[in-house]
Design a protein around this ligand. Sequence first.
Ligand SMILES: *[C@@H]1O[C@H](CO)[C@@H](O)[C@H](O)[C@H]1NC(C)=O
Ligand SMILES: *[C@@H]1O[C@H](CO)[C@@H](O)[C@H](O)[C@H]1NC(C)=O
Ligand SMILES: *[C@@H]1O[C@H](CO)[C@@H](O)[C@H](O)[C@H]1NC(C)=O
Ligand SMILES: *[C@@H]1O[C@H](CO)[C@@H](O)[C@H](O)[C@H]1NC(C)=O
Ligand SMILES: *[C@@H]1O[C@H](CO)[C@@H](O)[C@H](O)[C@H]1NC(C)=O
Length: 509
Amino acid sequence: MQRILYFRYFLVFLSATFLTVLSAPIPHYDLSKRQTTGGKLVFSHFMIGIVSDRTSASDYDADMQRAKSYGIDAFALNIGVDDYTDTQLEYAYESAANNDMKVFLSFDFNWWDSTDASGIGSKIAQYGSKSAQLTINGKVFVSSFSGDSLDIATVCSIVGLDLFMAPNFHPGEGDFSNLNGALNWMGWPNDGNNKALQEGIDITVTDGDSTYLTTLANKSLIALVSPWFFTHFGMEVTYSKNWVFPSDLLWYQHWNNILTSVPEYVEIVTWNDYGESHYVTPLSSPHTDDGGSKWVNDMPHDGWLDMAKPFISAYKNGSTTVSDYISDDQIIYWYRSTPRDIDCDFTDTTMGTANNMSGNYFNGCPNSWETLTDEVFVVSLLTANGTVTVNSRSTEYSYDALAGASAFSVPMGVGAQAFALTRDGGPVMNGTSLKEIVLECVYGIYNFNAYVRTVPARDSDSLQADGLAALTSGLAVACEATPSLPATAPATVAVTATATPTPAPTVSV
Ligand SMILES: *[C@@H]1O[C@H](CO)[C@@H](O)[C@H](O)[C@H]1NC(C)=O
Ligand SMILES: *[C@@H]1O[C@H](CO)[C@@H](O)[C@H](O)[C@H]1NC(C)=O
Ligand SMILES: *[C@@H]1O[C@H](CO)[C@@H](O)[C@H](O)[C@H]1NC(C)=O
Ligand SMILES: *[C@@H]1O[C@H](CO)[C@@H](O)[C@H](O)[C@H]1NC(C)=O
Ligand SMILES: *[C@@H]1O[C@H](CO)[C@@H](O)[C@H](O)[C@H]1NC(C)=O
């Protein structure tokens, strides 16, 4: 089992300037630049490190076709230094070429050495001339996760191709003078120290983007959009990696921000990082198990890409009106399968036994669990006004949703969750979730990943054998490494109360 992935995001370098911009207005991007930089492209971050089980270029075709069908222009291929990296990059570039997609390298500096400009330069040279390489005005696009100390001038001199360098440098840390752009990785509200909100400090994604835009001046921002963050790796990774960022309706709220701020590029984080719970591609997409299956099994996310689709179209067309891009009624809903204060301490031994608190890396209950809200989140994409109803346990919540996109949440009721759309007093569509909210520790562990589904229901989506390979290792309770959602929905409980949902907050996130 490759362990190399575990520390991808372990180090996030921080800028003091993050702390100085606490409540900036939504930034606006200079539209005139697009004429020269080919802007308004959408990327998605693809982890090469967990697809070592792919054996041909055609194993990438479904990803390429799916991404393209949602309006994604290119994959940022995140690479470490695994021995299978070149094999998989060759497949990915070939499949992208066959499917009219673009790809580019995103160096992961948890693995790459940022003083190794020649190694990085030669890797760029190896792939930069391939036909599927994303270029901007003939310049080979390159990005990264961290890497502030990389000497860009040296890399450029080694490669011998014109480069469009847009790495994840940090304002106040990296030298931006030789960059063409930069990626702001912090796509979750945070405390400026790679943790969730602590008392009195709250840096929104928008604040971070503003800081980047100031530092970038005329250069290009890659703004990040991410639906979720929960990771629960234990002592098997030497240091545990065990925390949440509050996400709730972030996916909806930040896509709305994007339509107004119109960054030059947008990167969906991620396509397939299952272990950090921010994947948007199906569970069935071929991949290996880095240990994340304990909180990923039975947790499909593909509905999140459905939610994003009209926003991607609106963004790329320069429109702030997402309703123009909705052609079918759809409800997308998500929730954690347990309340946040569930106590799994006795059986959650993935982190070792001691209650050992140290930043984001501590035993047992995920750090910042108290920032989660115990709610069911609903986004409706409607072609005309309608009423969306949620029956959570036995309370019915009705929301008058307008044509277009709206979002709201209702308190999480333990038990079955049912969703319906009515219009003019008659039923339009409805469905009951296959996953009940429970007061149990599934597999004995804390699981604060999200279960995401839609009405009308999507096809079922399950982890395949490779993606389940490490499920039982390290668990204190006996279980089988198989998908376990039922084929038919649980019965709903009769409605005994009615209540009003909470609309999505309109503040920027
Ligand atoms: C930004 O670009 C504009 C138009 O090309 C130019 O006039 C201006 O000086 C540039 N600003 C900076 C800070 O480079
Ligand atoms: C706490 O965790 C750290 C790093 O994860 C480890 O080095 C240390 O030994 C642990 N302490 C205890 C008391 O378990
Ligand atoms: C983009 O906007 C233009 C003008 O507003 C409109 O004519 C066109 O249909 C839109 N494109 C799509 C894909 O909706
Ligand atoms: C939809 O509802 C809004 C708010 O009640 C109303 O202003 C609008 O006229 C409605 N649209 C239609 C087509 O009925
Ligand atoms: C669900 O849809 C069916 C079929 O249209 C309909 O008979 C039923 O009344 C609907 N239920 C709700 C709660 O809307």
